[in-house]
Write a protein that binds this ligand. Structure first.
Ligand code: ADP
Ligand code: MG
Length: 323
């Protein structure tokens, strides 16, 4: 098997066919049709072995997660994911591994009707770079710079479970059943595409939580030139994190990465209608604070006073996670 038969065997999948793909894999470039009235969103994420996943993981899970973290970026922008390209670097041509990788890849792509339109295949240390392309209504992409004083800060789900799962990879232990649940949270994130249309209609700013709530909310604050006042008691901590981390649980929720929930802001006047639409769809989000003038992150202490919160989350070029 060579590079070309590898691509034919594992990456050409006629099952997911979109009408807007003029042509995909096989030419020097793919060609897609962007409908009138829509704009193109483009986002790239790299996953490196033993940084973003363990080389020993089932290749199905590696591919699945790689797709989901890319889809999450489109969700946070309020868009619809449509097309993917995949640059894959493999240490060896291992057909068993490739078959599993291809299965996980296409199961993930099928969930969101995304077509793989091209890529590149090279030899080297295991890593992959995915570029996802999505569509959003003209002028309706949700950016990080739109938060305004008085906006409500929302988060789309319970936080901290993926970070707890990472601690299990580093040697902490919990009983088997919870261990499986936590690793599932880490390996199979659910990007919040279910919220994308509502975000596009109502949110003033949004970001997906890949590095940690405080670090990611800080990006919104800096780019919007505002501050965030968080209500400690309102932060939704995943129940397994509370169960095992007790007083430390809030730290996991505030600074743990990899949950792929969305943190977003809503003008206060839109909160009620947003919540109504949300519950009509059987969904729930959590108000966790408000945006104010000024800068920085602040969190309510037990006595009701506000303390500064140092943004903290995963940073590839920082020696320790705790700085
Ligand atoms: P080029 O030499 O022009 O870069 P390649 O020989 O690398 O083209 O790739 C041949 C075709 O296969 C191209 O259309 C490319 O987009 C596609 N392709 C290569 N690797 C992958 C991959 N891992 N997944 C999907 N498509 C791929
Ligand atoms: Mg090439």
């Amino acid at each position: 098997m060579n590079e070309f038969s590898l691509i034919d065997t594992y990456f050409k999948n006629p099952a997911i066919k979109r009408n807007d793909v003029v042509f995909g894999i096989g030419d020097d470039a793919a060609c897609v049709q962007v409908p009138i009235g829509k704009q193109l969103l483009v986002s790239t994420d790299t996953l490196v072995a033993d940084v973003h996943f363990l080389q020993t993981w089932d290749a199905y899970d590696i591919a699945f997660k790689a797709v989901m973290v890319n889809v999450s970026d489109i969700a946070a922008m309020g868009g619809e994911p449509c097309w993917l390209s995949l640059a894959l670097t493999l240490p060896t041509l291992d057909q068993t591994w490739l078959a599993r990788f291809s299965q996980g890849l296409f199961v993930a792509l099928q969930q969101y009707n995304i077509t793989l339109i091209g890529g590149d295949t090279t030899r080297g240390p295991l890593s992959m770079t995915l570029t996802i392309h999505g569509l959003v209504e003209q002028g309706k992409a949700v950016r990080r710079n739109g938060a305004r004083p008085g906006d409500v800060i929302m988060v789309s789900g319970e936080l901290g479970a993926a970070a707890l799962a990472v601690s299990l990879l580093h040697g902490s232990t919990v009983p088997q059943q919870d261990n499986a649940l936590l690793l599932d949270k880490l390996k199979h994130p659910h990007p919040r595409i279910d919220l994308a249309a509502l975000l596009s209609s109502y949110a003033s700013a949004a970001i997906d939580i890949s590095d940690g709530l405080s670090a990611d909310l800080n990006h919104i604050c800096r780019q919007s030139q505002v501050s965030a006042l968080l209500n400690l008691a309102a932060i939704p901590v995943h129940p397994l994190v509370s169960k095992y981390k007790h007083a430390d649980a809030i730290h996991f929720a505030l600074s743990g990465g990899d949950d792929y929930e969305v943190c977003f802001t809503l003008p206060a006047a839109q909160q009620e209608i947003f919540m109504q639409h949300l519950s009509l769809q059987g969904l729930h989000c959590y108000p966790i604070g408000t945006i104010a003038a000024g800068e920085g992150l602040w969190i309510s202490a037990d006595d009701g006073s506000m303390m500064p919160l140092t943004p903290c989350g995963y940073n590839h070029f920082q020696e320790s996670k705790d700085e």
